[in-house]
Design a protein around this ligand. Structure first.
Ligand code: TYM
Length: 332
């Protein structure tokens, strides 16, 4: 089986529907065909300030949501990034073949550093994509399923792998990003021209998997639409309605056209109620299962630890080869 690698940051108490549709749903189906590694990337999360106690809890919560959404630890390797030291070690090596200029071109760094200000943005926020490259390359992953905001980082990963291979000899598999075109970007319900994000400043337009179902229902009913009252996909002129249609289609597996037809001549109220029912039915079992898993944190920690040991075996092999290639003197 070919290798697959992907991960999410434990940067909030709950994942949001963009993570679910843009990534988790793909992970769930792909785990059957690939030898998959799914990581909770806590080392990435600390590139911006985190409360230590909360970080540990968010890490567990993220892992619990992977499992609740259908990632099976018996099939896939599901672990916490910091428990496999090779990630940080390879990131250092890769940073030696990363150009300052190419790292400076990463748009996510530009966005985030603007938000924190040049003095408050950490060096780690800048080198973040290099750690992400290490994640992927350690496992010789062939495919990396992500939303489109991560595409540039996977491109950088490819460049670093090719450069390293050219300089030191064939070492890394060149990974391909796998991006589901229709669902690669889910937008904020209150601001349907910006990407939905779990760490958004305002939560009013973000649908969290672990939110109380009534809160989620309210957010859907209050989603921004437009004044023409027609349920029709038109990203340019009707971003709010188009986003809701995208979510509806993704969760039901139906064509957008069929949903438009169903709601033809009916108002946005009806459409939103329909969508609310779809989302509630999807979220409810995931939420219940995640909360159940979180009632026994010791068991969850044991499972993650065992999976980290499995991941380490693969990762250490790649790292040893890299150290050898680069010319680091090893202890006999
Ligand atoms: P993160 O935690 O921001 O997001 C996790 C995954 O969810 C996708 N995503 C979305 N997809 C559609 N619409 C949205 N609004 C939306 N928001 C988020 C992301 O594209 C991602 O696939 N740097 C990564 C984590 C990471 C990683 C990796 C991913 C670290 N190492 C190696 C893949 C491979 C991140 O911050 O994702």
């Amino acid at each position: 089986k070919a290798r697959l690698f992907s991960g999410m940051q434990p940067s909030a108490d709950s994942l949001q529907i963009g993570n679910y549709i843009g990534a988790l749903m793909q992970w769930r189906t792909m785990q059957d065909t690939y030898d998959a590694f799914f990581t909770v990337v806590d080392l990435h999360a600390i590139t911006v300030p985190q409360d230590p106690k909360e970080l540990r809890e968010k890490t567990r919560r993220t892992a619990a949501q992977y499992i609740a959404a259908g990632i099976e630890p018996a099939k896939s390797t599901l672990y916490v990034q910091s428990q496999v030291p090779a990630h940080a070690e390879l990131a250092w090596i890769l940073s030696t073949v990363t150009g300052f200029g190419e790292a400076s071109r990463m748009t996510q760094f530009k966005d985030k550093s603007q938000r924190y200000g040049a003095d408050k943005a950490s060096v780690a926020l800048f080198t973040y994509p290099v750690l992400m490259a290490a994640d992927i390359l350690l496992y010789q992953a062939k495919v990396v399923p992500v939303g489109d905001d991560q595409k540039q980082h996977v491109e950088l990963t490819r460049n670093l792998a090719e450069r390293f291979n050219a300089r030191f000899g064939q070492t890394f598999t060149i990974p391909d990003p796998v991006i589901q075109k229709d669902t690669a970007r889910i937008y904020d319900l209150q601001e349907p021209t910006s990407k939905m994000s779990k760490s958004a400043e305002s939560q009013a337009g973000v649908l969290y998997l672990l939110d109380d179902i009534n809160v989620t229902a309210k957010k859907i009913m209050r989603a921004v639409t437009d004044s023409d009252g027609i349920v029709r996909y038109d990203r340019e002129n009707k971003p709010g309605v188009s986003n809701l249609l995208t979510i509806y289609a993704a969760l039901t597996g139906r064509q957008i056209g069929a949903i438009e037809d169903e709601y033809a001549g009916r108002g946005y109220g009806d459409f939103k109620k329909g969508l609310r029912d779809v989302i509630v039915a999807e979220f409810e079992p995931v939420r219940a299962r995640a909360l159940e898993l979180l009632e026994d944190p010791a068991e969850l920690d044991r499972l993650l630890g065992a999976n980290a040991a499995r991941a380490s075996e693969v990762a250490e092999k790649t790292l040893a080869q890299v150290y050898e290639r680069v010319g680091l003197l090893r202890a006999p």
